[in-house]
Write a protein that binds this ligand. Structure first.
Ligand code: BGC
Ligand code: ZN
Length: 368
């Protein structure tokens, strides 16, 4: 089959290659890939900064934001039917396993020996087919399929919001106002989840961008262009105290501005992966004092487990019902697999770029 592969740690090695068809073992499912979304992690892998091939192999099939259809079930693969739309979970528990992985909370792995499909030690989904166990496949209703490729990034946001709520259960908490830094896929989806709960949301984005502004405003959130207003106490005086800040740019200095700006009892959630080695001078005493005197929290979050994908399915439906079309509008480009390289240019003004892998073929999905 055809797949987009890289030689890990070798910049510019991305290529469309012919690789062996995956063979489902007993209890596994063969999935025909329809679409794969691309993000900053994929770009880093293409640039040779990240990524690890499966043990004993010299290439990695990339792609972790998947959407496919069940092609074939083997004996013992329960809970799915041929033709079902599915999204695969990205991370796999470590083999030890640590106590979190043992409890299926692989997103909280303690020893770092987890693997991630398309990223770390396991092939990904940007290929014609992949094989997976039902435990790591999440069924998606057909009517959500036009935008269900967004489920994986949404699951990241589901985990972030769940963690915010769990941490804030340390007190009586009724958040009024949130600020989301960055109007990319994660930022926009975070804004949507918070808007579903009627929190006032301000999206703070580096530049003016019509489609991002329109999407923000469609959900009743407010778009703030960073060029006009620096993040800080002046902005806070203008909009009022902020209870939640979700950092979704990966531009690390903003994390410290957010710690300064967040209001009393507030929480800063960091989701951006910052690959560089930037250093910064900070007002350490001031930050420390305010963190203490105002009970502030800052935490980081990565990845997602099965329950986050499942709540994500529910929320895809709710978002579509409340603001019809916003999810589809987030997918700004679709490329055929032959043009995968164009989809992996450094993000500019796009939101989500997706690679289409196969159009419905003559072959009917079936059970073996
Ligand atoms: C993926 C996560 C993954 C993280 C770190 C992100 O792009 O969406 O599933 O855990 O990269 O590898
Ligand atoms: Zn673990």
């Amino acid at each position: 089959m055809r797949a987009v592969v890289v030689t890990p740690r070798e910049a510019g090695s991305g290529r469309l290659a012919e690789v062996p068809d995956p063979q489902p073992q007993q209890g596994e499912v063969l999935v025909r890939v329809r679409e794969v979304g691309l993000d900053g992690t994929d770009i880093e892998i293409l640039e040779g900064q990240y990524g690890e091939a499966p043990p004993g192999e010299d290439y990695l099939i990339i792609g972790h934001e998947s959407l496919g259809q069940v092609q074939k079930l083997t004996d013992g693969a329960e809970g799915l039917s041929p033709g079902d739309w599915v999204v695969a979970i990205v991370r796999r528990p470590d083999p030890v396993p640590c106590r979190n992985c043992a409890a299926d909370e692989w997103d909280m792995c303690l020893n770092g020996q987890y693997t991630e499909r398309g990223i770390k030690g396991r092939h990904g989904f940007l290929a014609e087919f992949y094989v997976e166990a039902p435990k790591f496949l999440v069924r998606v209703p057909e009517e959500l399929s036009p935008f269900a490729v967004l489920l994986e990034p949404l699951a990241i946001v589901e985990k972030a919001v769940e963690q915010i709520k769990r941490i804030q259960s340390r007190m009586v908490w009724q958040p009024q106002r949130a600020m989301v830094l960055g109007a990319g896929t994660i930022g926009l989806l975070a804004a949507m989840l918070l808007r579903l709960e009627n929190v006032e949301v301000h999206i703070y984005n580096r530049s003016e961008n019509k489609i991002k502004r329109d999407l923000t405003e469609s959900t009743g959130a407010n778009y703030i262009c960073a060029k006009e207003r620096p993040l800080g106490h002046e902005l806070e005086r203008e909009i009022g105290p902020v209870d939640i800040i979700v950092e979704a740019t990966g531009f690390s200095p903003l994390a410290f501005d957010a710690m300064d700006m967040i209001g009393p009892n507030g929480i800063v959630c960091l989701t951006g992966v910052s690959g560089g080695s930037r250093t910064l001078q900070i007002a350490a005493d001031h930050l420390n004092l305010e963190m203490v005197l105002m009970n502030k929290v800052v935490f980081g979050t990565v990845n997602a487990n099965r329950r986050h994908f499942e709540t994500g399915v529910r929320h895809l439906r709710e978002i579509e019902a409340r603001w019809p079309g916003v999810l589809s509008r987030m997918i700004t480009h679709r490329y055929p697999i032959e043009r995968f390289a164009e989809a992996l240019q450094r993000p500019s003004r796009d939101i989500k770029r997706v690679v289409r892998v196969a159009s419905p073929g003559p072959q009917e999905p079936g059970r073996e």
